[in-house]
Write a protein that binds this ligand. Structure first.
Ligand code: SF4
Length: 431
């Protein structure tokens, strides 16, 4: 049996692709594949290149893997190897793939190296004991219970700061029937629909995201949409979501709260338009979790524009914010056109925005205390079970089993979320 450890960096699309790789390998005889870094014969590193930091993290994993097994074979795939193949080639990994056809690429290459692995194993069977204690230190095999389903890949938007359209190509939709079949096959209680730009879903196959969501409404599992561009939000889609057991959690990438900066980012909306979508969501889902991404320190962001951005972000009252310092990506229009801001200025603004993030997140948690939600328990640490509510509040609870949908009432703020108590059947009045 050849053991394969799949390590996933970056977005939920990468996670969906890694899940497909693991499933494909485990369907074949002779392989045992799992997610997470642990001692193995072969490592599959599914990389990310959205920022310079993501590239650096991808590279760092090579040494972590070799520390666990210095005789291992490493297959690298994803955006960072697509973008910087030569770096990985220099570090003599076994095979270097890109963003396309990841499952086939991995399967084809593992078949090829299997003989040499089995041969090596006969020679070096002593090392397995030596490395076992290491695996504890590195491996974090979380009990993944959510099912990630990739519905779309690629992007046609070419935001001036983003490298992804150059690495993942043009927007491509997965046919509706394939998605419905994959969702009907899963026994998971929560399905997460993922894509690079899901707002573009269907445009290349004569369909729409709303049509897909309505075709999935009969699926019993609760469904979460990983991220959306604000343009796709409309009354029709929100009604389908309300009837179809979709989670009231909207990750709407704003990127900046200043119209001038949005223009220089080639984002296709202004703050008034964006805010009208936030309001529409709250009409349909008053307790919706609305999260966002913000790039801080984009080259055209003056002090005044940054202040505008902060004010607008506070007006939107997001439930949480992913804060990214601007990272110039070689090959993007912004990296060619603009000079980056001084590091100290960017750091100062990141700290200011993190303060706003924490204040808004705290306010959202407090506004949900006393309310009851169905939590999908996924993990357990230090005697507490962890999971997420429908509106994406991280919940901690003692005495709850993992991998279950459990009704709970939020009682107090705790760590990055809230502490909750299991609601016994008698007290089951949801808000
Ligand atoms: S929408 Fe913009 S930020 Fe998102 S992947 Fe496409 S180009 Fe990148």
């Amino acid at each position: 049996m050849i053991s394969v450890s799949v390590v996933t960096l970056g977005c939920k699309v990468n996670q969906a692709e890694s899940t497909a790789i693991i499933a494909a390998l485990n369907e074949k005889t002779g392989y045992h594949a799992s997610e997470g870094l642990s001692t193995a014969d072969v490592y599959v590193l599914n990389t990310c290149s959205v920022t310079a930091e993501a590239d650096r993290k991808s590279r760092q994993y090579l040494s972590k893997m070799r520390k666990l097994n210095d005789k291992c074979r490493i297959i690298v795939i994803g955006c960072s190897s697509q973008n910087n193949a030569e770096h990985f080639a220099k570090n003599n990994v076994t095979a270097i793939g890109g963003s396309e056809n990841k499952v086939d690429f991995v399967i084809d290459n593992i078949k090829e190296i299997s003989e040499s692995i089995l041969h090596d194993r006969i020679l070096f069977n002593d090392y397995s004991e030596k490395n076992s204690e290491n695996c504890e230190k590195f491996s974090k095999n979380t009990q993944k219970t959510r099912k990630f389903v990739k519905i779309q890949d690629g992007c046609n938007r070419f935001c001036t700061y983003c490298i992804i359209p150059y690495l993942r190509g043009r927007s491509k939709s997965v046919p509706i029937n394939d998605i419905v079949a994959e969702c009907e096959r899963t026994d998971s209680d929560e399905i997460v629909l993922t894509g690079i730009d899901m707002s573009d879903y269907g445009k290349d196959i004569g369909s729409t995201l709303s049509e897909l969501l309505s075709k999935l409404s009969h699926i019993q599992a609760r469904k979460r949409i990983s991220s959306l561009e604000c343009e796709v939000i409309d009354e029709d889609m929100l009604s389908i979501m309300r009837e179809g057991n979709y989670c009231p959690h909207f990750h709407l990438s704003l990127q900046s709260g200043d119209d001038g900066v949005l223009k220089s980012m080639n984002r296709h909306y202004d703050t008034n338009y964006f805010y009208s979508k936030v309001e529409l969501i709250r009409q349909f889902f008053p307790n919706a979790g609305i999260t966002t991404d913000i790039i801080v320190g984009f080259p055209t962001e003056t002090d005044e524009k940054f202040e505008n951005s902060c004010k607008f972000i506070e007006k939107c009252a997001f439930s949480d914010i992913h804060v990214f310092p601007y990272s110039a990506r070689t090959g993007t229009l912004a990296s060619k056109k603009y000079k980056t801001l001084p590091k100290t200025v960017v750091e100062e603004r990141v700290n200011k925005l993190l303060e706003i993030k924490h204040a808004l997140h705290k306010a959202f948690i407090e506004s949900n205390l006393g309310k009851a939600y169905t939590v999908y328990t996924e993990d357990a640490h230090d005697g507490l079970t962890e999971g997420y509510t429908q509106n994406y509040i991280k919940v901690y609870c003692s005495g709850a089993p993992c991998g279950k949908m459990i009704d709970m009432r939020l009682t107090k703020p705790y760590k990055d979320g809230a502490y909750a108590q299991i609601i016994d059947v008698a007290d089951n009045n949801h808000n």
